[in-house]
Design a protein around this ligand. Structure first.
Ligand SMILES: [Fe+2]
Length: 447
């Protein structure tokens, strides 16, 4: 089970009925009929102080997933939940509502991305679960659609998938999520805190861009595949909004008191030409950034935001470097206290966002924290050659892990939490570096 999308008065509780999670023809091994699932929410882990309970219908059309929209809860409060059906009871999950709009209490959250199952063990998620944060942001590549690489050296293959074929159909995507959701560390991270998730490309297809798959198939055929992929994504995550055909509304705003406004944008689905966000979403973002009143405006999205120059290759066209006009328009609206969060590149980076990238004395517009992958292997990255070309980039680390952030009215602290290996379970976690934000600039805290 899982929870997500916290508001001051409610959360989404999620589960899916799947007694045979990898059944090849019947999703989850379930009969083709609706089933009634009981849910319970309590103030304590032993369910002595029950708060609400009810029955939800798990529909075969939605792979017997359940999304319970709970309302009427107290702000900033911890709750516990569980599901039951026919005498079977799920594990207990912990969740937490967002704080009251007037709250000045610190907000503790984790940031993760890029959990390629066959590349290793989700040890980083287990360590993040142990921190019991207020909320976990997932910034994309929750699954990878790839099949088994034809060449054994095409990537480390630590754990077998449910199928050696690339995901293309609804059934493929459903079973890929089911494979991932059988992982105990991923289960622990969902049971520890509510999630706010934003997909990137691999929930659908590698490097897709708007309606273009990048593999030569027609947009019409690709949008059918994207519809299947988004449907399976919804069926497996605690989201508030259902997909509509090949579209899924991912941009949203999640306020956390007077301390943090989380502003999430989809930097993949609405791309067109030189436009990263699409006109509608970009207008929404500009209004959101202008209207945000919390101390920290956290722009959470999937791909690298600041520029990156490389010694040999051109800048990446799959990141904001491929959409410089879009980036400039966002930065023209940069409010005081802007913090950009991103993933995608499978290693950790910290960047100053400036009016002039090369001039540390130019106006400070905010900072960017790029989280590393949970397991996905990075491309070869020669940081010693890249950092001198990019004076606005303060930090690089090539290990797997997650970001652990604490925002208060005075401070925004980010720790780069890393594990040294994922090819076997049990890696301990350590902090590679820490930063706080002062005057819209990075300040290292661990040296
Ligand atoms: Fe990735």
């Amino acid at each position: 089970m899982a929870s997500g999308e916290p508001l001051p008065d409610g959360v989404i509780l999620w589960t899916r009925l799947a007694p045979e999670p990898l059944h090849p023809t019947r999703p989850g091994g379930m009969p083709n009929q609706a089933m009634a699932v009981q849910w319970q929410l309590a103030e304590d882990e032993a369910f002595a102080r029950g708060v609400q309970s009810g029955t939800a219908s798990a529909q075969p059309d939605w792979a017997h997933s359940v999304h319970v929209r709970v309302t009427g809860l107290r702000p900033g409060a911890e709750y516990f939940y569980r599901f039951s059906i026919d005498g079977h009871t799920s594990q207990v999950g912990r969740t937490k509502t967002a704080p009251d709009p007037a709250s000045t209490a610190p907000v503790r959250f984790g940031v993760v991305s890029c959990q390629r199952y066959e590349h290793g063990f989700f040890t980083a998620l287990r360590h993040l679960a142990d921190e019991r944060p207020d909320v976990i942001l997932h910034l994309g590549d929750y699954i990878y659609e790839y099949g088994k690489p034809a060449h054994p050296k095409a990537g480390r293959y630590v754990r077998p998938l449910e199928s050696e074929a690339e995901c293309r159909t609804l059934g493929d995507y459903r079973n890929r999520y089911a494979r991932y959701r059988m992982d105990a560390d991923l289960q622990a991270a969902h049971a520890a805190a509510p999630w706010i998730a934003m997909p990137d490309d691999h929930e659908v297809r590698d490097n897709y861009s708007g309606a273009l798959p990048g593999d030569g198939t027609s947009p019409a055929a690709f949008l059918k595949r994207r519809a299947a992929a988004f449907k399976a994504y919804y069926e497996h995550l605690p989201l508030r909004v259902r997909p509509s055909g090949s579209s899924l509304q991912n941009h949203r705003w999640r306020p956390y008191g007077r301390v943090v406004d989380f502003v999430l944008v989809d930097a993949r689905q609405h791309r067109e030409g030189r436009d990263m966000l699409g006109p509608e979403q970009e207008q929404w973002l500009a209004a959101r950034l202008k209207g945000a009143t919390a101390r920290w405006k956290v722009l959470a999205q999937a791909v690298f935001f600041a520029p990156r120059k490389f010694p040999l290759e051109p800048p990446s066209t799959d990141a904001w470097d491929g959409f410089p006009e879009s980036r400039a328009r966002v930065l023209a609206e940069a409010p005081d206290g802007l913090v950009v969060l991103s993933g995608d590149v499978h290693n950790g980076w910290a960047c100053d966002l400036r009016a002039d990238w090369a001039d540390p004395a130019s106006k400070a517009l905010g900072v960017e924290f790029v989280g590393t992958s949970v397991t996905s292997m990075p491309a070869m990255t020669d940081a010693s050659a890249i950092l001198p070309l990019n004076p606005h980039i303060a930090f690089f680390d090539n290990r797997r892990g997650y970001l652990s952030c604490t925002a208060s009215m005075e401070d925004f602290q980010t720790d780069y939490r890393v594990v040294d290996f994922v090819d076997r379970p049990g890696a301990p976690v350590s902090t590679a570096a820490g930063f706080r934000v002062k005057g819209n600039k990075l300040q290292r805290t661990d040296l």
